[in-house]
Design a protein around this ligand. Structure first.
Ligand code: ARG
Length: 268
């Protein structure tokens, strides 16, 4: 498995925001069993822990030992949309899907086995586009699927529109993954602006989201997870320069561009 997908990431700074807004200076255990002060994180605009019951379609991917490494979205009872870079080169038996579990430390929800992995045939790496994959599960999940944005959904991609990104990834650049589901609200960025930040940006394959001043973003471990506008999957967490840096929005797979390819994998 490529090293990049094992790095832990999350919705940067959400925990810090929760800490600051509650007026408490708390510490959080890190993966190594030590403690880090979240108060050192920069101030965060927006973002919060959320209930999975309100976002039933968000799932996370684990290795066979149960270690979370990416996110995903239920697109059909037995089909998960995720990022190609999360699962490219993997065997189905090395990936599991956890649905309905807000807190990784619980046994809530369902752990489904993966029986098939489809990676977009055009995928090479996250910087070149086609960062989309579909997992087939060994069972039908009870979770309500999220609709995919299609060609007719151009209005969902207007610059400035607020979108939600969800995941269990790192809460700060270089930080550890979140134990619980986090959600952040970020504005969609115009193609022109995103191209300024990223010369590799392809408007027919990607969409960027983030504030010019940074502070709110997806991060390592959130890859493959959903970017949502008006209850439709518009993006898939793909890549970015660090997390939540100024003038470096998150880069997401443009779902509408791959709607037909993905829909063909979902079946009728
Ligand atoms: N590539 C990362 C992952 O594998 C996600 C990067 C998202 N970065 C960002 N700045 N939004 O988890």
């Amino acid at each position: 498995m490529a090293d990049t997908k094992r790095r832990t990431w999350s919705i940067a700074g959400l925990l810090a925001a929760a800490t600051l807004s509650s007026g408490l200076l708390t510490t959080t255990a890190n993966a190594a069993g030590g403690e880090t002060s979240e108060a050192k994180a920069p101030p965060i605009v927006g973002g919060q822990p959320v209930k999975i019951a309100e976002h039933p379609w968000v799932v996370y991917l684990t290795d066979p030992q149960g270690n979370q490494f990416c996110g995903g979205t239920v697109a059909k009872a037995n089909k998960i949309v995720t990022a190609a870079h999360c699962v490219s080169g993997e065997k189905p038996e090395s990936v599991q899907v956890v649905a309905g579990r807000e807190d990784k430390k619980t046994t809530e929800g369902t752990v489904a086995k993966v029986t098939g992995i489809w990676v977009h045939p055009g995928f090479q790496n996250a910087n070149s586009g086609a960062d989309v994959a579909v997992l087939t599960l060994d069972q039908a999940l009870p979770q309500q699927p999220l609709a995919l944005a299609g060609k007719e959904d151009g209005s969902l991609y207007e610059a400035g529109k607020m979108s939600s990104v969800l995941g269990w990834g790192a809460t700060a650049e270089g930080g550890q993954a979140s134990q619980t589901l986090q959600k952040a609200e970020v504005p969609l960025v115009s193609d022109q602006e995103c191209l300024k930040a990223y010369p590799q940006y392809k408007s027919d394959a990607m969409i960027c989201a983030g504030f010019p001043q940074g502070g709110v973003d997806s991060c390592q471990g959130d890859s493959g997870g959903p970017l949502v506008v008006d209850n439709k999957l518009v993006g898939i967490v793909s890549t970015g320069n660090g997390c939540a840096r100024p003038n470096a929005p998150g880069i997401y797979t443009r779902v509408s561009a791959y709607h037909d390819d993905v829909q063909a994998q979902l079946g009728s």
